[in-house]
Write a protein of this length. Structure first.
Length: 312
């Protein structure tokens, strides 16, 4: 068992990871400023779980608290959240990651940094391999997140070169319980619109593609990567390579909520929105022995059940 710190642990992925690690008997400390996370996502306080309200942009001293592993997830990940205060988003990725890297170094802790498929931008390579350098607009509406994560990867690389046991994962589109109903991503948008009998809004033609990974599969990959015995910096893509158009996703949601009267509406596509997104996961399979198990329809059924529960 380990003493584990999760930054951004009150968010969607962090809440699922927290539960997994507690179930395994670990002691978990969540650090979050609640800018996009929610305390209601977290379990009740127990002897093995604790919470600190803190912004990673500010340095923190945990010298009296044991820390063996750090999962660094802190940063708003959905466009409406990270574009609401783009300077804060950029600082969270750069200053925040710098602070947590130093914390890991001070504790001699193993650290996993959650980067993103957004480092590939609007990719010219398909599917996206970890060796691809990306096609990112440095001065676009999404750049505060995309370029922040890219710079954070560089910080991570430099600390790794200095001897820190660090692992970098690039997370592709993920969905499941504890998603924020208003986070602006297509799965939560479509499900909630259908449950509320509102128009299902597709931006652009709907022919742009995404690959959707159920959160339990993602968390399994994160834990496998952290617990890999030999040092391995990565990066490693984690995502489900099943590729669907946004229109196909909307139609699947309508099919799985047959009582809904929602109709599909089309709106202009936001700037810099990627046309294609699909992970190449051979590295995850070879290094971690990982591949996703839950296919899209099964995952959507679980996610719909979750959103039905919080609406009632």
């Amino acid at each position: 068992m380990a003493d584990i710190l999760i930054t951004g642990g009150a968010g969607f992925i962090g809440a699922n990871l927290t539960r997994r690690l507690l179930q395994e008997g670990n002691a978990v400390l969540v650090l979050d400023n609640l800018s996009s996370g929610n305390l209601n996502n977290l379990p009740q306080y127990t002897k093995k779980f604790s919470f600190i309200h803190h912004d990673v942009r500010e340095k923190i001293d945990l010298k009296n608290i044991p820390v063996d592993q750090i999962y660094h997830l802190a940063c708003p990940a959905s466009p409406p959240f990270y574009q609401k205060d783009p300077l804060s988003t950029l600082e969270t990725s750069i200053l925040g990651t710098r602070n947590i890297l130093q914390l890991a170094k001070n504790h001699g802790a193993k650290m996993l940094f959650s980067s993103t498929s957004e480092t590939y931008g609007n990719p010219l390579e398909h599917p996206q391999k970890e060796t691809y350098w990306g096609n990112v607009n440095a001065i676009g509406e999404r750049s505060c997140y995309d370029e922040g994560k890219r710079a954070a990867e560089t910080f991570s690389y430099l600390f790794n070169q200095q001897g820190l046991d660090l692992r970098v994962v690039r997370i592709f589109n993920t969905y499941g319980p504890f998603m924020d109903a208003n986070d602006g991503r297509v799965v939560s948008n479509f499900i909630n619109q259908a449950l509320e009998n509102k128009p299902i809004t597709i931006y652009g033609s709907g022919n742009q593609t995404r690959s959707f990974c159920y959160v339990d599969d993602l968390v399994d990959g994160l834990v496998k990567f952290m617990n890999l015995k030999e040092p391995y910096f990565g990066p490693i893509n984690l995502g489900n390579p099943g590729e669907f158009t946004v229109k196909e996703l909307a139609e699947k949601v309508k099919k799985l909520i047959p009582e809904s009267t929602s109709q599909i509406e089309y709106h202009p596509l936001p700037s810099d929105d990627p046309e294609k997104r699909k992970p190449f996961i051979e590295r995850a399979n070879q290094v971690l022995g990982w591949q996703p198990k839950i296919q899209l329809e099964e995952g959507l059924i679980k996610t719909i059940k979750y959103f039905e529960g919080i609406q009632n």
